[in-house]
Ligand binder design. Structure first.
Ligand code: NAD
Length: 292
């Protein structure tokens, strides 16, 4: 069993981006600039955004954080997006999800200009991705593709089972793995909460991507020997032994599943770090596209 090390690979991606950013700056072109909108005080969202901002800083990107109170009205958020869309200096815009109830997520995502949609959630980005055209790819599935690529994992003709059909993880993941690309060329089964005989389907899988948000869901008896297991889940579980008061748990019962796999991602230290690396890659791409 080999660990797919998100820390190592994300570090390599970021070093490469840092070098490319140094060149951009030397050539007086542009400092890549990511703007993030954070609404409310959700602990996990705070952590994710802080980490994205820190990573921008580490590789020489500029970042802007726009914060709103949880009770903000939709019009104010819309106004902020219009301002960022029009700001020539801003290359990428992300709105940290989830949003409070009074804000329509779909409406907000659709307002981000597609040329700055570095999270890859806009219908134009998704449509291009589905057609295999160059586009911003949703950061989590993109990060997983970068991880598979780094380890030169042969995915051709393999049966990939994706558990979870969300617009930001499961569905784009299933499309990317099915495409005529490398990694890709898998035969894909997309499973969800209404899937029957999930265990039997998982037992046929060469690759399993678990993205459902139920800690420890994928058990040893659902995985065939030698399978590749990618754990997307991140759930905070109370843990008084930790300084933070919680531990992060993936969707895979890692302790019991790992020995059965050929490759597996840990939580933390796997997909989460790759998601940030992919977001930064998209932001860098946004700069290049603007300069073309
Ligand atoms: P979501 O809640 O939007 O979707 C969950 C999906 O799981 C749904 O499509 C649902 O049909 C499916 N599902 C639920 N119960 C199921 C069951 N019993 N059997 C089969 N399918 C079932 O979640 P999401 O936004 O896709 O996130 C999934 C997990 O990934 C969460 O833990 C989230 O925190 C995590 N996540 C991690 C990253 C990262 O960077 N690592 C990024 C995004 C999300």
């Amino acid at each position: 069993m080999q660990i797919l090390d998100g820390k190592l690979v994300s570090q390599a991606v970021k070093e490469d981006l840092k070098n490319k950013t140094d060149i951009l700056i030397k050539e007086n072109k542009k400092v890549p600039h990511l703007a993030a909108i954070l609404i409310g005080n959700n602990g996990a969202s705070e952590t994710y955004v802080a980490s994205k901002i820190k990573n921008c800083h580490d590789i020489g990107f500029k970042s802007t954080l726009i914060r709103f109170d949880a009770a903000v009205n939709e019009a104010e958020v819309i106004e902020a997006i219009h301002t960022l869309n029009e700001d020539e200096d801003v290359d990428g815009i992300l709105v940290q999800l989830p949003l409070p109830k009074q804000i329509n997520e779909e409406k907000i995502i659709n307002l981000i200009h597609p040329s700055k949609d570095v999270d890859g959630f806009h219908p134009i980005s998704v449509g291009k991705m589905v057609q295999g055209l160059p586009s911003f790819i949703s950061a989590t599935p993109y990060g997983i593709m970068l991880l598979l690529q780094h380890y030169k994992i042969d995915t051709v003709g393999k049966h990939a089972v994706v558990i979870g059909r969300s617009n930001i993880v499961g569905r784009p993941m299933s499309i990317l793995l099915s495409q005529n690309t490398n990694p890709g060329n898998c035969t894909v089964t997309l499973c969800h909460s209404r899937t029957q005989h999930l265990k039997e389907i998982c037992l046929q899988a060469d690759i399993i991507v678990a993205a459902l948000g139920i800690p420890g869901f994928l058990k040893e008896d659902m995985v065939k020997p030698g399978a590749i297991v990618i754990d997307v889940g991140i759930t905070r579980i109370e843990d008084k032994t930790k300084k933070s008061g919680y531990a992060l748990k993936g969707d895979v019962d890692f302790e019991n599943v790992a020995a059965k796999c050929s490759y597996i991602t840990p939580v933390p230290g796997g997909v989460g770090l790759m998601t940030i690396a992919a977001l930064l890659t998209n932001t860098y791409q946004a700069v290049l596209q603007k300069n073309n």
